[in-house]
Design a binder for this molecule. Structure first.
Ligand code: HEC
Length: 116
């Protein structure tokens, strides 16, 4: 709220989920427009948005992004990467649910955050 809600309503910021690189681009644009804050404030805002309004491609993202956006631990992230390597491609949520150790209920909650 402090870093991103001075110039526009939070709804503008939260209108769409974004991937890590999309959020990075948005932050750069906003800093160019005059957004001000300490490094810590920008980092907290960034992590908040990644956690709650992030989007992640489960076929391409590195482990840290999978963990951040899906709220999973490093073991499950590693299992996703192993599964997609072995299989070539994760097709959909049903396919993703087959990854060993994954929590199907959590996947349902995060459905909007998952791209293939
Ligand atoms: C200094 C003023 C200012 C601050 C602070 C600011 N913005 Fe913006 N933002 C703008 C302006 C002006 C627009 C509308 C122009 C546009 O859409 O490019 C905008 C539009 C947006 C949009 C919609 C357009 C798009 O690029 O998708 C998003 C999302 C956004 N801001 C996110 C953020 C985030 C995240 C932060 C905090 C890091 C932030 N803004 C802080 C000025 C600001």
């Amino acid at each position: 709220m402090k870093v991103c809600a001075n110039c526009h309503k939070p709804e503008v910021v939260l209108s769409a989920r974004r991937t890590k690189s999309q959020w990075e681009d948005t932050f750069e644009k906003m800093v160019a427009r005059g957004a001000k804050g300490t490094d810590d404030e920008f980092t907290s805002a960034f992590l908040y948005l990644m956690t709650n309004f992030g989007k992640v491609n489960v076929n391409r993202a590195p482990a840290d992004e999978l963990m951040q956006v899906l709220g999973i631990n490093d073991e499950v992230a590693a299992a996703i990467i192993k599964y997609r390597r072995g299989k070539g491609r994760i097709e959909d949520v049903e396919d993703l649910a087959k990854v060993p150790g994954i929590d199907a209920k959590r996947l349902e909650e995060k459905r909007e955050a998952i791209a293939f």
